[in-house]
Design a binder for this molecule. Structure first.
Ligand SMILES: C[S@@+](CC[C@H](N)C(=O)[O-])C[C@H]1O[C@@H](n2cnc3c(N)ncnc32)[C@H](O)[C@@H]1O
Length: 272
């Protein structure tokens, strides 16, 4: 059976997933797949393809099936229990990069590294930068280290396991970046099973949902250098509350929208 015949057998709502799984099994990039449409697919790969497609149909995210996902055009390893990078997080990375000079040695802190997609992308784009990350999930710590190796930035990244700022007590950073869990806990039971696989601690921010923003604002005096900045991803309806949290601590705040015109990123800066 040829590539195009296998894909034709894949129902239209799983077509993209099918393309991702097949290109992964064939060891080629999904964008190159059309070049291989006439290629005969060995039986072993064909059988594996239909087995993995069934896993997808049973609700496993395709990123976990192929074990990787793209962020800023770079491939990141992912595994169950670690958040799959979202397109919205690229806005956070871009807004953060705008504030990190290319020619200065700076040190940043990331709370909740997950796959490492934020810190690793920042480090690749800013060769003089060093980053420290903390995650409470051991799996996330391991995979952040793996992704740092994959992208050759391990020598500038310190990956720690622990709760929020505790592992970096006594340190001061030029900036703090985070895509913290921000969903209120009452929504957990309503989330789709294929989202829940990403893990409670990846997603749930507490009773109100915005507890991590209060925590970061509360710790900023201790961990942020004077004139430092904070860049955070936020829930689509959290712009005003998160703005108020940081303004009450004396920060100047900008809220940025995502592609769907929802509030998605805030940047906060203090001048003293
Ligand atoms: C929304 S995910 C973001 C992951 C990744 N930075 C990204 O943008 O794809 C939040 C991350 O924060 C971590 N986390 C949750 N509570 C934490 C805590 N108290 N201290 C440190 N990390 C925490 C989770 O394990 C998870 O990896």
């Amino acid at each position: 059976m040829r590539v195009k015949e296998i894909l034709q057998r894949t129902k239209s709502n799983y077509r993209r997933d099918g393309e991702l799984i097949l290109s992964h099994l064939m060891g080629i990039s999904v964008s190159q797949l059309p070049l291989y449409f006439e290629e005969e697919v060995p039986e072993e790969i064909r059988n594996k393809f239909f087995e993995l497609l069934d896993e997808r149909k049973r609700g496993k995210p395709v990123a976990y099936i192929i074990g990787e996902w793209e962020c800023m055009g770079r491939v990141f390893k992912v595994k169950e229990g670690v958040l799959i990078p979202r397109p919205e997080t690229e806005i956070l990375i871009e807004k953060t990069l705008e504030l990190i000079p290319l020619d200065k040695e700076q040190v940043g802190f990331e709370l909740g590294s997950g796959s490492g997609c934020i810190s690793v992308n920042l480090l690749v784009e800013r060769p003089k930068l060093r980053m420290w990350t903390v995650d409470i999930n051991v799996k996330a710590v391991e995979i952040t280290k793996e992704n740092a190796k994959l992208h050759n930035v391990s020598d500038r990244l310190t990956v720690l396991h622990g709760y929020a700022f505790e592992p970096v007590k006594g340190m001061k950073f030029d900036f703090i970046v985070s895509n913290p869990p921000y969903i209120p806990e009452r929504y957990w039971s309503k989330l789709a099973e294929e989202v829940k696989i990403e893990g409670y601690t990846s997603l749930i921010g507490g009773k109100k949902g915005y507890e991590f923003y209060e925590l970061i604002a509360g710790e900023s005096d201790e961990f942020l250098k004077p004139k430092g900045f904070i860049a955070l991803e936020i829930g689509h309806d959290q712009g005003e509350i998160v703005r108020a949290i940081f303004e009450s601590k004396g920060f100047n705040v900008i809220v940025f929208k995502d592609y769907a015109n929802y509030d998605r990123v805030i940047v906060a800066k203090k001048w003293n």
